[in-house]
Design a protein around this ligand. Structure first.
Ligand SMILES: [Zn+2]
Length: 165
């Protein structure tokens, strides 16, 4: 048996709602509300950045279907579709997953936040940092040596490892 609790949920089979070769949807073993579904890659990946884009795409589609299924079968007025990506974000299991959480009015779940105030300088600095990073991959792709590109990707992954629960 696997040490990972999400891998265990998949091996157990009893809570599986949907599965194919890449994606598995199970009823959560720690539900926020009745019908709470976890949609995750079958392969063990700790955080979102490690999951291949093709699998992320499928997970998005299956999460949407899981939400629709909940609306059609339970008396809902909403769903929250939440990714806790990294320990600081409240990720508990070391296996990436999307939470699809059924909601009804006044169900008492607290998933909201108060917005914070930032200065115009802080906001424009954040914007320029993001835009600079977005432009950088093009610059990296122009590097002729493939090894150099791989190195920079490795550095990125090493930075991300600190976030893994
Ligand atoms: Zn796992």
């Amino acid at each position: 048996m696997s040490e990972c609790e999400h891998c265990k949920l998949m091996e157990d089979k009893s809570m599986i709602i949907f599965e194919d070769e890449d994606v598995v949807a199970v009823l959560s073993d720690k539900p926020a509300s009745l019908g709470h579904i976890l949609v995750m890659p079958r392969q063990h990946f700790a955080i979102m950045e490690q999951v291949p884009d093709s699998v992320i795409e499928k997970i998005g589609i299956i999460s949407n279907r899981a939400s629709t299924l909940l609306f059609e079968t339970m008396r809902l007025t909403g769903t929250n579709i939440i990714i806790n990506n990294g320990t600081a974000a409240g990720q508990l299991a070391p296996h990436f997953s999307v939470n699809v959480i059924p909601r009804t009015e006044n169900d008492g779940l607290k998933l909201s936040w108060e917005s914070k105030k930032f200065t115009d300088e802080q906001l424009s600095l954040a914007e320029s940092q993001l835009l600079a990073e977005l432009k950088e991959p093009e610059a990296k792709a122009e590097v002729k040596s493939e090894a150099k590109v791989l190195d920079s990707k490795d550095d990125y992954m090493i930075k991300q490892l600190k976030r893994i629960p």
